[in-house]
Design a protein around this ligand. Structure first.
Ligand SMILES: [Mg+2]
Length: 427
């Protein structure tokens, strides 16, 4: 879900001096109702080459080397070392190896670890604001409006010199400290910087952030400076940002099918869409889609940040030299199960499926994981939370015993909900 690399250069964060030292009189004069669309402060957080980062955390020896994450025959993502050597996302493995013979490839077909870390990021962001919406594994929207409001109230007694924008400002637009909308977004940029710092300190992950007044603009602006940077969009620059898109297919919220239908109508640029007859567009695409995407073309997006809620599953896993007997594997499962059950019981929802994941012992460096799963019988689900134990005859080690020999990685995962977790378009 990453966009092309930075297209604006030379922007530098401006240290701001309030024009009226000792107080913030502008703050009281300009009341914008909290929650109205123009006063919202939304941040889009997008992790850098997420799968590659997770792999580098799991295998620190890969740090600094050009690394690609492979799914089937594609390099789905790669670290920045690999990008510098010409490897691109979604490149064929053969082409990538040709471009960069020293490229290290890891198999990324098992999403367990990515999912797990992805939810840790969401949980961390929820500590800042409860209104966090996941978009895939590596992106989150956070509505900071209320938090910004609280900080504004505190500002009356704080040092005005705290008003420094964090990161870049799109188009290098100067901040007007007499404009309450600017101030709100500026505070949002400070919170975004705190979020990124927490992600790095607590999880070892870097990412980009975009701060703007709605989801569309926040998502668009977060990719302007990459990697590990953040960009603030002021309202006056939103048209510049929108028109920097080369094609409507780059507009979040306009998917593949809609793009095809728009192209058939002769619409390819944002300007085409802005100026196209609303009547005809409504006739062709239906009123609601037509109105929504035409608004998007002007940078307008009133869609709320909808909290994604708790994770759909829980995982625990561990790697070791090898397990060469079924007994060893079962002992390892017991260990994992204990901490997994703790988490499930704390969550309070009843799990319905348990999955066991193994990676076999092998002298080769990279190889894939295998998994088996089964439904958790209802009489066991009833017992959960009472003594937090699964009877031995229903433990995954028992069900899958012949398959457990000589593994060097074990994972356990329970599903608590079947809801889909991936959302392709902003709806
Ligand atoms: Mg990303």
């Amino acid at each position: 879900m990453e966009r092309v690399e930075a297209c604006t250069a030379g922007s530098s964060p401006g240290a701001l001096e309030p024009e009226e030292p000792g107080g913030l009189p502008w703050f009281h004069d300009q009341v914008v109702p909290a929650g109205s669309s123009s006063s919202r402060v939304i941040v889009h957080v997008d992790l850098d080459c997420f799968y590659a980062q997770v792999e580098m955390i799991s295998h620190p020896e890969l740090k600094g080397k050009p690394l690609g994450v492979q799914q089937k025959y594609l390099v789905v993502t790669c670290n920045y070392e690999a990008r510098e050597l010409g490897v691109k996302k979604l490149m064929n493995v053969r082409d990538a190896k040709e471009k960069c013979p020293q490229l290290v490839l890891v198999n990324g077909e098992d999403l367990t670890r990515y999912r797990e870390i992805s939810y840790k990021v969401t949980e961390l962001l929820e500590e800042f604001s409860p209104v966090v919406e996941r978009l895939g594994f590596d992106e989150n929207f956070v509505d900071l409006t209320e938090m910004v409001e609280k900080r504004l109230e505190q500002l009356q007694s704080d040092e005005p010199s705290a008003l420094t924008v964090s990161g870049h400002v799109y188009g290098n637009q100067p901040i007007n400290l007499h404009d309450i909308l600017h101030i709100r977004l500026l505070i949002g940029s400070q919170i975004a910087a705190e979020m990124r710092e927490a992600m790095y300190n607590q999880l070892g992950l870097t990412g980009c952030a975009g701060v703007a007044s709605n989801k569309l603009l926040a998502k668009l602006v977060s990719g302007i400076f990459k990697p590990n940077q953040q960009t603030l969009l002021l309202p006056e620059s939103s048209q510049d940002l929108i028109h920097s898109l080369n094609h409507i297919k780059e507009m979040p919220g306009i998917g593949y099918k809609t793009t095809k239908r728009l192209e058939a109508l002769g619409i390819s640029s944002v300007r085409d869409l802005q100026t196209f007859s609303s009547k005809i567009l409504e006739k062709e695409l239906g009123i609601s889609v037509a109105q929504r995407i035409q608004k998007l073309s002007f940078g307008e997006d009133n869609s709320p940040v909808t909290p994604s809620g708790p994770p759909q599953s829980f995982s625990e896993e561990d790697s070791f030299k090898k397990c060469s007997s079924e007994v060893e594997a079962k002992n390892k499962i017991e260990e994992l199960l204990a901490s997994l059950l703790n988490r499930v019981c704390q969550d309070g929802r009843k799990p319905h499926t348990i999955r066991l994941i193994i990676r076999r012992y092998s002298s080769e460096k990279h190889y894939s994981r295998e998994s088996r799963q089964c439904a958790i019988p209802s009489h066991i689900i009833q017992k959960l939370g009472i003594d937090a134990r699964i009877p031995s005859d229903a433990r995954p080690g028992h069900v899958f015993h012949s398959w457990l020999m000589r593994c060097e990685h074990l994972g356990l995962n329970v599903e608590v909900s079947k809801k889909a977790t991936y959302q392709d378009e902003i709806s």
